[in-house]
Design a protein around this ligand. Structure first.
Ligand code: SAH
Length: 299
């Protein structure tokens, strides 16, 4: 896949694409990333790319002509596998779902970075195919957003991350979760729960050596080698983490069901991952760090 980034600060991208799996993929030719200086398409002798907004107001805007000229030169023809995208605080939300869709379907992605107060609106109306925001905050320029998008799409392309499975089982992956994972025991009619549903979960907590650090122990189940128990523990802790940090990801009603879960001792999640039902308010900042060894007795 090839990415083209249009910016007034091409030097900005010296760092972000040079490291890690993305850097390696660029070096090996698996990935193409070309950064274009918008000023190359400025049409006056001062290489002006910005101007004051009509109607008054603060700051400057990127002018339409250089942006149109740049995109038309970089991508003279559009096709089903190309996309011209402007990063913008007022675009639709960019998330893992969008990253997955672009990684699966595109072979060329052109990203336009705004600066100053933004970009002349005719770019969004008549030039780009899509406009995305990387979050509900305002950056001083689109470069960081473009870097975020290139990185998150690139790592989903086959061969970029060494073990492709690690991009299947990670935060925001959609997983088929069996109902019995959170509905312990039997339903009102004495039947075992058999259903399942697709959920988008955050990653489960992960641990490495040492098995005990400053008195904090790695959950026993992870040391045991029982793959089914480990799978269940991971799913449960992922569910709890999602319920705590991102309840908005879970379907309506599931949160209430989750609050009713009673846990087997051997599946007790890592400290700091308990649900509200245990008498802790979600506003307690200390909870994020877990409790100190010894404080947890008797729970
Ligand atoms: N006046 C604009 C903000 C301009 S910020 C507004 O109020 O919405 C300058 C540039 O930074 C934008 O043109 C855009 O390219 C980039 N930018 C700022 N916030 C962003 C975000 N959340 N996601 C993606 N790009 C963003």
């Amino acid at each position: 896949m090839k990415f083209d980034v249009v910016t007034i600060f091409p030097e900005f991208f010296r760092g972000p694409f040079a490291y890690g799996v993305v850097g390696q993929a660029v070096k090996s030719g698996l990935l193409g990333i070309e950064v274009h200086d918008l000023r190359n398409w400025a049409f006056d002798k001062h290489r002006m790319v910005d101007d004051r907004p009509f109607g008054g107001g603060e700051g400057m805007l990127l002018k339409p002509e250089p942006v149109f000229a740049a995109v038309e030169a970089i991508l003279p023809e559009r096709g089903p596998k190309t996309r011209v995208v402007m990063v913008s605080a007022s675009g639709r939300k960019y998330d893992q779902g969008v990253a997955r869709e672009w990684a699966a379907n595109l072979d060329r992605l052109v990203l336009i970075c705004g600066r100053y107060e933004g970009v002349d609106a005719r770019v969004s109306e008549h030039l780009v195919d899509d406009e995305v925001s990387i979050g509900d905050f305002v950056l001083s320029g689109g470069e960081l957003a473009a870097a975020v998008i290139v990185d998150s799409v690139a790592r989903l392309l086959p061969g970029v991350v060494g073990n492709q499975d690690s991009t299947i089982n990670e935060s925001y992956s959609v997983l088929e979760v069996e109902d019995k994972v959170w509905k312990k025991g039997r339903d009102a009619r004495g039947k075992r729960f058999k259903g399942s549903r697709e959920l988008q979960l955050l990653d489960c907590p992960q641990f490495t050596r040492p098995a005990e650090f400053r008195g904090w122990k790695v959950p026993e189940v992870l040391l045991g080698g029982n793959h089914e128990e480990i799978r269940k523990w991971r799913l449960e802790t992922a569910l709890r983490r999602t319920a705590q940090s991102r309840p908005d990801l879970l379907p309506a009603g599931l949160l209430e069901e989750l609050e009713g879960i009673q846990h087997h001792d051997e599946l007790a999640p890592a400290e700091g991952l308990r649900l509200e039902q245990e008498g802790q308010s979600s506003g307690d900042p200390d909870r994020r760090h877990g409790s100190r060894p010894g404080e947890d007795q008797g729970r």
